[in-house]
Design a protein around this ligand. Structure first.
Ligand SMILES: *Cc1c(COP(=O)(O)O)cnc(C)c1O
Length: 405
C-alpha cells in the first residue's frame, strides 16, 4: 500500500551501522580462535551484564524463552506445580512454564500499568489455595497441585509493582521469577527497602531476552538469567549444557541452550551503550507525553508511577478506535504494532484450559485499545511531531470515510 515509511516502527539498522567496526571485530576475533561456544567472550559478557543489573550472577543462554524455562527449573519448579502469571504477555512466558512441566494460572493486570495487579494476585491466592498440613505446602484447593512460583512480567519496559508481589510470595512460600525480557535497565523503587532496584535483581531469578528488537539485542538469538543465588546459577549452567558440569558426565538430562560466543561478544559491545539508549527512549517517551498533552488528542498515554523508571521498550497508547487509528497511521507511512492483540487465555493454543471471554476483563479491554507507536533510539523530535499530528488528525476524522472518493 505505502512503500514510503516516514516513521518506521523501530530502527534496528542505524545503531548497528554506527557500531559496525567494533561489531565486525568481534566476528574476526572469533574466527581467529574458532572459539564459538563458551569461553572468555561469554564469561566476559555474563560478568558485565550481572554488574549492569546489580546481581551476583548472570548465565548466558540461547534465548529469553530458554532463560525463563531454565530459571523456573533451577528455582525448583517441578512437574504439575502451579506457576502464576498474567494473560497479557508474549506466549513465551507460558510456554516456558508448561515446558518446565508446570501449569500456568492467570491473574489479571492493573489497568494503568498493564502489569500484574498485586490485589488480584492476593485475591487469587486467598481464594484458590489451602495449606496442606501434611505436605507442609500451599496447594490449589480444587486440583491439589502445589503452588510454586509467580512470574511477574515487566511489560513494555516498566517493572511490575514488586513489593506487594514479594509480600504475597513470602506469605505463600512461592518463588518469584521475573520476566524481564522487555525491561533491561528498568528501575523500581522498593518502599520496603527504601532503595531503587534494577529489573532482574528482585526475584529469585530473572529472564532476559536479547532478541534483536529488545532494548539490548543480539545479532541473532540470545538470552540470559540473572540471580543472586549461587545455587540457581550453578544449576542453570548445567541445564543449558546437556545436564553436565563436567564434559560427558551427565547428572541429568538438560538442553542445548548455551549462549554463542559471537553473540556474547556483540552484546558486550552494545551493552556499553545501553544506559545511553535507554535514556534516549525515556526522552522520546517524555516527548510523546508532552506533545499528546499539548494537542489534547483523545488517547491515553503510558502511566509511570513514582516508584518506576521505565525504559520504554515500547510506547503504548490506548484509544477507542484502535483499528481506525492504525489504518490512518499506516496510510501516512507511520509504523505501529499491537502488543498483544489476543490475550493468552483466549489463544487457540490454550483452548484446553477452558477460559472464556470475560475471564480477565482488564487484559481483554486493554487488548482492544492498545497501539504501540514508533519507538527507537534514533527517533527524532520531528518524527514524533509527525506521529502525534497524524494521531490527532486520525482521531478527529469521521469514523467512516465517504465511499468513492
Ligand atoms: C521477547 C520476550 C520473551 C522471549 O524471548 P525470546 O528471546 O524471543 O525467546 C519472553 N517474554 C517476553 C515478555 C518477551 O517480550
Amino acid at each position: 500500500m505505502n512503500s514510503k515509511q516516514q516513521v518506521p516502527f523501530l530502527d534496528l539498522v542505524t545503531p548497528h551501522q554506527e557500531l559496525e567496526a567494533e561489531l565486525t571485530a568481534v566476528f574476526q576475533r572469533a574466527l581467529k580462535t574458532a572459539g564459538f561456544i563458551g569461553g572468555p567472550m561469554v564469561e566476559g559478557f555474563e560478568a558485565e551484564f550481572a554488574q549492569f543489573c546489580g546481581t551476583a550472577h548472570c548465565v548466558g543462554v540461547g534465548s529469553g524463552t530458554d532463560a525463563l524455562r531454565f530459571a523456573l527449573m533451577a528455582a525448583g519448579v517441578e512437574k504439575d506445580d502451579i506457576v502464576i502469571t498474567v494473560p497479557n504477555t508474549f506466549i513465551a512466558t507460558t510456554e516456558a512454564i508448561t515446558q518446565a512441566g508446570a501449569h500456568a494460572e492467570f491473574v489479571d493486570v492493573d489497568e494503568r500499568t498493564s502489569n500484574m495487579d498485586p490485589e488480584k494476585l492476593a485475591e487469587y491466592l486467598e481464594t484458590k489455595c489451602v495449606f496442606d498440613g501434611v505436605a507442609g505446602q500451599w496447594v490449589h484447593r480444587e486440583t491439589g497441585r502445589r503452588m510454586k512460583a509467580i512470574v511477574p512480567v515487566h511489560l513494555y519496559g516498566q517493572m511490575a509493582d514488586m513489593d506487594p508481589i514479594m509480600d504475597q510470595a513470602e506469605k505463600y512460600n512461592l518463588v518469584v521469577v521475573e520476566d524481564a525480557c522487555q525491561a533491561h535497565g528498568a528501575q523500581y523503587f522498593s518502599r520496603r527497602h527504601q532503595q531503587w532496584f534494577s529489573a532482574g535483581s528482585i526475584g529469585r531469578a530473572a529472564a532476559f531476552s536479547f532478541y534483536p528488537g529488545k532494548n539490548l539485542g543480539a545479532c541473532g538469538e540470545a538470552g540470559a538469567v540473572t540471580t543472586n543465588d549461587a545455587e540457581v546459577a550453578r544449576k542453570i549452567r548445567v541445564i543449558r549444557d546437556h545436564g553436565q558440569a563436567q564434559k560427558y558426565y551427565h547428572d541429568m538430562e538438560g538442553y542445548n541452550g548455551r549462549l554463542d560466543s559471537i553473540q556474547a561478544g556483540l552484546l558486550s559491545v552494545k551493552l556499553k551503550h545501553l544506559a545511553e539508549w535507554n535514556a534516549k527512549r525515556r526522552e522520546a517517551a517524555d516527548g510523546y507525553n508532552q506533545l499528546f498533552a499539548d494537542c489534547g488528542a483523545e488517547v491515553i498515554t503510558p502511566y509511570e508511577p513514582e516508584w518506576s523508571r521505565a525504559v520504554y521498550h515500547l510506547y503504548v497508547v490506548r484509544c477507542a478506535d484502535r483499528e481506525g487509528l492504525r489504518e490512518s497511521l499506516g496510510k501516512e507511512g507511520i509504523g505501529t504494532g499491537i502488543h498483544y492483540p489476543i490475550p493468552l487465555h483466549l489463544q487457540k493454543a490454550y483452548a484446553s484450559m477452558g477460559y472464556r471471554e470475560g475471564d480477565f476483563p482488564v487484559t481483554e479491554s486493554l487488548a482492544k485499545q492498545i497501539v504501540s507507536l514508533p519507538m527507537s533510539t534514533t527517533l527524532t523530535a520531528a518524527q514524533q511531531e509527525l506521529v502525534v499530528n497524524a494521531v490527532q488528525r486520525a482521531m478527529s476524522a469521521p469514523l467512516c470515510e465517504p465511499v468513492g472518493d
